[in-house]
Design a binder for this molecule. Structure first.
Ligand code: KPL
Length: 338
C-alpha cells in the first residue's frame, strides 16, 4: 500500500528520473509543472525510463496538490521564485520543500517566501538526459547530500527508499559550494563545446580551463571561509565527469533546445561572490559571457521565433540576479545551517 506522498515541482530530466525512482519505491508522486508537452506525456504514459512507464499524478494547478507535506524542487534555478508561488499554496505549515537544483541562491529564495523552517538544501550529482517529454534516460549514478534541517527525516527516508545514496552534512554553504564547483567545471564547457561530460577529460585545453575555473571557486570559498567537502576539488570534478561520462550536462541540454541556461546561478554566482570578496574570477566571467554570447549568437542565426525564446532566457537570467538582490539576499552561498 502506498503510504507516502511527495510533490515534485518540475518536468525536466531530473524531475522525471526522481519521480520514476520514487514511484518504483511505492511513493505516491504528484508532478506539478508548466510545460504543456511534458505534462501531456506524463498524463498519458507516466514517466518513461527505457521501456518502463511509472504512473504519476499530474497537476497544473497548485490547488490540486494542497496538503502534500513534502516537495522536491527540481525546476531550473531561474524558475525558483515562480515555484514558490505554488509551494506557498500547497505546503502546510509543517511542510518542507527540498531544493536539489544547481546553483547558488535557491534555498534562500525558498526560505524568503516559505520561511526557514520549510526550506531545505540538498545537492545531487545524479545525471539524467531528457529524451523527450516525460521520457528520461538515467546518465550516471550520483549521490544526494542534504544540509542538516530539523524536518529532513521523512524526505531523506523516501530518497533512500528510492535507492539513492543519501547522506546529511552540517554545513549547508559547504554543500552548495562543493556542488557549484562541479557545475562550474562541467556545465559551461560541455555547453560551449557541445560534448558529453566525459569528453572534457579527453581534451587537454578544456581540462586546463576546467582546472582554472575550479581554482577560482576554491579561492573564493577560501576567502569566504566556506570549507569545501573535497580534499582535491579538481579530482572530484573530474570524477563526476567520469561517472556521468555519457551524460549531456543539463546546460548542454538547455542550449541544444534553445532554453535559458543556469549560467547565472553557476558562473554568475562565482563572479558576484568573487567581486564581493575581492577575489578575481576572470575564467568564470569569461565562461559566463561565452555561454550568454553563444545563446545570443545562436538565436540571431536561427531565426525570429527561436530568437524570442532565447533572448527571453537571457533576460530571465538577468532578472534572477536582480531578483536575488531585490530580496536582500546578500550572503548567497553563505547560508546558515538550519
Ligand atoms: O549537475 C549536473 C548537470 O548536468 O547539471 C552534473 C552533475 C554535471 C551531471 O551532468
Amino acid at each position: 500500500m502506498k503510504h507516502s506522498s511527495i510533490l515534485i515541482i518540475g518536468t525536466g530530466a531530473l524531475a522525471n528520473l526522481f519521480a520514476a525512482r520514487l514511484v518504483a519505491a511505492d511513493v505516491d508522486v504528484t508532478m506539478l509543472g508548466t510545460w504543456p508537452a511534458g505534462l501531456n506525456a506524463l498524463r498519458r504514459h507516466g514517466v518513461r525510463v527505457g521501456d518502463v512507464a511509472y504512473p504519476v499524478r499530474v497537476a497544473t494547478d497548485p490547488a490540486d496538490c494542497v496538503g502534500i507535506r513534502l516537495a522536491l524542487v527540481l525546476v531550473k534555478s531561474w524558475q525558483t521564485e515562480r515555484a514558490t508561488g505554488a509551494l506557498r499554496q500547497v505546503l502546510p505549515p509543517n511542510g518542507l520543500a527540498l531544493t536539489l537544483q544547481n546553483g547558488v541562491g535557491n534555498r534562500e529564495i525558498l526560505a524568503h517566501y516559505l520561511g526557514e523552517e520549510r526550506a531545505a538544501q540538498g545537492v545531487t550529482t545524479t545525471g539524467a538526459t531528457l529524451l523527450g517529454p516525460g521520457h528520461v534516460r538515467p546518465a550516471g549514478e550520483g549521490t544526494i547530500t542534504l544540509g542538516e534541517h530539523p524536518r529532513l527525516a521523512a524526505i531523506s527516508h523516501l530518497l533512500a527508499k528510492a535507492g539513492f545514496d543519501v547522506k546529511t552534512v552540517p554545513n549547508v554553504a559547504s554543500l552548495v559550494w562543493s556542488k557549484l564547483l562541479i557545475n562550474v567545471a562541467i556545465n559551461p564547457l560541455t555547453a560551449l563545446l557541445r560534448v558529453p561530460n566525459g569528453r572534457l577529460l579527453e581534451i587537454p585545453p578544456a581540462r586546463d580551463v576546467m582546472a582554472e575555473a575550479v581554482q577560482e571557486v576554491v579561492d573564493v570559498a577560501r576567502v569566504k571561509t566556506i570549507p569545501l567537502t573535497f580534499e582535491d576539488p579538481l579530482a572530484a570534478a573530474e570524477e563526476v565527469a567520469r561517472r556521468t561520462a555519457a551524460n549531456r550536462s543539463s546546460m548542454l541540454q538547455d542550449v541544444t533546445r534553445g532554453a535559458p541556461t543556469e549560467i547565472d546561478a553557476i558562473c554568475g554566482a562565482v563572479v558576484r561572490a568573487g567581486q564581493a570578496a575581492n577575489v578575481p574570477t576572470p575564467v568564470n566571467r569569461t565562461l559566463l559571457n561565452l555561454v550568454q554570447a553563444s545563446i545570443e549568437a545562436g538565436s540571431r542565426e536561427s531565426g525570429i521565433r527561436e530568437s524570442g525564446n532565447r533572448n527571453q532566457g537571457i533576460r530571465k537570467q538577468e532578472t534572477r540576479s536582480q531578483e536575488i538582490r531585490k530580496l536582500g539576499i546578500r550572503k548567497l552561498g553563505n547560508q546558515r545551517t538550519n
